[in-house]
Design a protein around this ligand. Structure first.
Ligand SMILES: O=C1O[C@H](COP(=O)(O)O)[C@@H](O)[C@H](O)[C@H]1O
Length: 241
C-alpha cells in the first residue's frame, strides 16, 4: 500500500479502542467545519463507537458538524444484527445528538445490492459536490477500515472483480459471503485525508504480517491513498505476545 503505513501498537483491544476513540474525538474537535467520517463494520470498532457515544467523550463532541458514512455494508435490513449500520447505531449513533440527515447509511432497502450501490454513489457524489474525485480535496476526513482474517478490507475480498472497479464509487459483491455486500471502491476509500486500519486479536496475526509485507494477493496491497495510512494493531495481532 502507498504511502507506507505508520504502525502503532496498542497493549490490547481495550487500549486500541481508547486510543482510536481519542484520536477520532480530537479530529472532530479540531475540524473547522463539517467532518466526514467513513466507518467500518465488523466487531473491532464496536468499542470505539461505544466510547464515542458514551458519557465522557460523546457529550463533549460537536455532533452538529459530523457526517457519518460507511465503507461497506451487508445487504440486510438496517436493524439486522449483521448490519454494519445497526452495530454503529446501537453502540454510538442512538446515544448522540447527531442530526439524522448527517447519518448517510448504505440504503439496503433498495431493491437489489446493485441499486443500493448506485444510490449510495449518488449520496456520496452529492455530499462531495462533484462526480470526479480531486486528489487535493479528499471526500472523507477519516476512513476507518478493518482487516478480515481472509485479507478483506471494507468488502473488498481477495480475487474479486470489485478490486478492479475504478469508475463506480460503490459496487456490489455477490457470492463471496452468504449475504451480498456493498463496498466503496478503491478510488473512494483512497479519497480520505487519513485512513486508519484497526486490527485486533491473535487470529489476525498471520494476515497482518502479510499486509505489512505488502503481499500482492491482498486487497490492501493495491491501496494508494491520497492522505496518510495508519495501522493500529494490538500486541496479539502484531505477534508481540
Ligand atoms: O465483514 C466485515 O469485516 C471487516 C473486518 O471485521 P472484524 O470483525 O474482523 O473487525 C470489517 O472491517 C467490515 O466492515 C465488515 O463488513
Amino acid at each position: 500500500m502507498t504511502p507506507e503505513p505508520i504502525v502503532d501498537i496498542a497493549d490490547d483491544a481495550g487500549d486500541l479502542a481508547d486510543r482510536v476513540a481519542i484520536w477520532l474525538a480530537t479530529r472532530i474537535a479540531v475540524a473547522p467545519a463539517r467532518v466526514a467520517l467513513n466507518l467500518s463494520g465488523g466487531s473491532t470498532p464496536k468499542r470505539v463507537y461505544e466510547l464515542l457515544g458514551g458519557e465522557d467523550l460523546g457529550r463533549r463532541l460537536d455532533w452538529g458538524k459530523v457526517h457519518l458514512f460507511w465503507g461497506d455494508e451487508r445487504f440486510v435490513p438496517k436493524d439486522h444484527e449483521d448490519s454494519n449500520f445497526h452495530m454503529a447505531w446501537e453502540a454510538m449513533i442512538r446515544h448522540v445528538p447527531i442530526p439524522a440527515a448527517q447519518v448517510h447509511r448504505i440504503p439496503t432497502e433498495a431493491g437489489s445490492p446493485e441499486k443500493a450501490a448506485a444510490l449510495y454513489s449518488e449520496t456520496l457524489q452529492s455530499f462531495y459536490g462533484a462526480r470526479t474525485l480531486d486528489p487535493q480535496r479528499p471526500l472523507f476526513d477519516v476512513t476507518l477500515l478493518g482487516l478480515g482474517a481472509d485479507g478483506h478490507t471494507a468488502s473488498l475480498f481477495p480475487g474479486t472483480a470489485a478490486l478492479n472497479e475504478r469508475k463506480a464509487w460503490a459496487t456490489s459483491i455477490i457470492g463471496v459471503k452468504p449475504e451480498p455486500r456493498i463496498s466503496l471502491t478503491y478510488p473512494v476509500l483512497e479519497s480520505s485525508a487519513a485512513i486508519l486500519f484497526l486490527v485486533s486479536g491473535a487470529e489476525k496475526r498471520d494476515i497482518l504480517a502479510r499486509v505489512l509485507a505488502n503481499d500482492p494477493s491482498l486487497p490492501t496491497s493495491r491501496m494508494a491513498a491520497h492522505g496518510t495510512i495508519r495501522i493500529i494493531a494490538d500486541r496479539a495481532a502484531a505477534g508481540e505476545t
